[in-house]
Write a protein that binds this ligand. Structure first.
Ligand SMILES: C[S@@+](CC[C@H](N)C(=O)[O-])C[C@H]1O[C@@H](n2cnc3c(N)ncnc32)[C@H](O)[C@@H]1O
Length: 200
């Protein structure tokens, strides 16, 4: 299998135009096969076609408990609140939201995504009425405000968001005093200001 792969990749670098054409045809067939076989891939392509200027990245991969340290820290910081309100921006198929709901069962969590297929998977899986899932362009999300924490994980990886996007997101953080454990991020979060790690 590896040999075949190496030969195909080699054809892509070949001086012979027929080999290069063959290489491109094989790649195109592979992409077509993935599009036809996988509903997830199809949704990524369709979302990119419809929302191309708004989509920060097409990739929708996610998994349960993907950021355990961050979730545990969030659990500690939000523990004093009766019903913390959390936004998961770019929630994909909901694993982040469902995980956070286990760390913070008292939280109200809003998952937002641009990919309608992902949101359908979230709604299908969800059995918890403290969780809701919204499209990023929905009127309900436009009105949503007063979050105690915003997760925006693996969303701004491929395309830098315009400042306006991060400002609008950040402004939805409510300035409820959350007990801070110190540190730069802690004090900014406590002051109700957005924290974008690595972008300070
Ligand atoms: C790689 S997944 C990350 C999922 C989850 N946050 C995690 O870290 O496991 C990125 C998600 O961001 C979504 N996304 C991309 N651009 C977006 C936008 N402008 N608004 C909302 N969601 C967006 C994609 O559809 C995708 O589901």
């Amino acid at each position: 299998m590896n040999l075949i792969r190496t030969l195909i990749e080699g054809a892509g670098q070949s001086r012979n135009p027929l080999f290069r054409l063959g290489y491109r045809a094989i790649k195109a067939l592979g992409a077509l096969r993935r599009f036809l076989v996988s509903a997830r891939i199809r949704s990524q392509v369709i979302t990119r076609t419809i929302y191309k200027d708004q989509q920060f990245q097409a990739e929708t991969a996610s998994r349960e408990d993907r950021y355990p340290e961050l979730f545990a820290e969030c659990q500690k910081r939000l523990a004093p609140l009766l019903n913390p309100r959390i936004l998961c921006f770019g929630c994909s198929t909901g694993e982040e939201v469902f995980t956070l709901a286990r760390y913070l069962p008292q939280a109200e969590i809003t998952g937002v995504d641009i990919n309608p297929w992902c949101l359908k998977q979230c709604t299908r899986t969800n059995r918890n009425d403290r969780l809701r899932f919204l499209h990023r362009n929905s009127a309900e999300f436009a009105r949503a405000d007063g979050f105690d924490a915003i997760f925006c994980m693996a969303v701004f990886q491929r395309t830098d968001p315009p400042d306006q996007e991060t400002d609008t997101l950040g402004n939805r953080v409510h300035a409820r005093p959350v007990r801070s454990r110190g540190g730069d991020a802690g004090s900014k979060a406590a002051a109700g200001r957005p924290v974008f790690p690595g972008r300070e």
